[in-house]
Write a protein that binds this ligand. Sequence first.
Ligand code: SF4
Length: 456
Amino acid sequence: MGLTGIQILGKLPKKNCKECGHPTCMAFAMKVAAGQAEITACPYVDPAVVEEIAEATAPPIRTVKLGSGDQIFSLGGEVVLFRHEKRFENPPPLGTYISTSMDEGEISRRIDLYKKLQWDRVGIKLQPEVLFIADGKDRSKFENIVKRVREELPHVALVLEGDKASLEKALSICGDFKPLLYGATVDNFEDMTSLALETRAPLTIIGRSLDELAELVDKALQKGLKDLVLDPGSLSVKELFEDMVIIRRAAIKKRYKPFGFPIITFPYRYAKDYLSESLLAGLLVAKYASVIILSDLKGESLFNLLVERMNIFTDPQKPLVVEEGIYPVNGPDEYSPVVITCNFALTYFIVNGEIESSRVPTWLLIKNTDGLSVLTAWAAGKFGADSIAEFVKRCGIEQKVKHRKLEIPGYLAGIKGELEEELPDWEIIVGPREASGLPALLKRVYAELQEMKKAS
Ligand code: SF4
């Protein structure tokens, strides 16, 4: 069981020296208990106590780290069954596999997909982040693939499947960059666990049933291994779903140690085609995969899975926001319309999408409203006439355009007069209530501005 803040405080030196970045030992202890600070931030705690507290405050599902330096991929670390209870912590990396049985053309195609399939959404880069390199039986080909992938895809986490000798070689190629080893079964348990112990690489434990999985994990823990990933070896979609829920529930609710680890999944093992594989992967994003390996990468499926993942792993208590600023859409100039809205990501996407599809060059002003939507932000005093006027004056749009026409959301019609007083040089145009009405308005304003340009 976890320790309370008071119990942790009892183990601190109580110097109140602030070196941990907190004003008092008490404040620090509370943060550690809440999982918002690491006990190692206090330099005065005895190492034995550090270990004891770290163990007691660790999440019920261990955080296993792959990669190195700036490229760290955290798996697991989850503390709840449902995201509304708190939030899900570490989104599962998605990717596909390359096997030594593939020809060079296919290997290159798959590597190229990792370079090509990348999207920017709300300032977050969405891309495949993990690659499973399978079947290390052809050792020299396996080594070459590992070498090539490390050179060409340094931002991608690796899962390596092979025997002890080929994995040893692959690990030396990876250097500091920690891949996940796949995997220890009942047949190769001794070899794989000693390799993981020697190299400190995370290891997948593969069971043919949950009972066998628990038994093998227990043995691995007794050998001193800590960074483990589970493959429950489920045989059907139904069994997979049941296994995922049983493992997560046992880890979170019962603190059952052998199941307190991230889970790797392969949805293609259960699917008859790519569509059902994608649907299953979508299910696994929510319940409860820590790594998802697909049979191939197809943009139309991967993009949706990554967006779903982004939504599921967003803190439900914090709205998704875009950065405050001026966003040029369709290549605007000094005589392009100016539109303002809030920084709630959904609003931004809808408004931006309508402007893009109108093809009207436009300056889109995004004001920070702490992620609140237009009306909520107005009601909270974050999107009223005074704050909009202050932002318009400060953001630099007055230097970018030679006109003074500002379009505000239709829901803010009531502040038009007030805003005209705050911005006396500007003509305030009340836009539509629904963004779908934007293109017609933008075309009209744009035509007026082009007339003004000709006359200037
Ligand atoms: S560094 Fe340690 S002793 Fe100093 S205030 Fe923080 S917890 Fe207390």
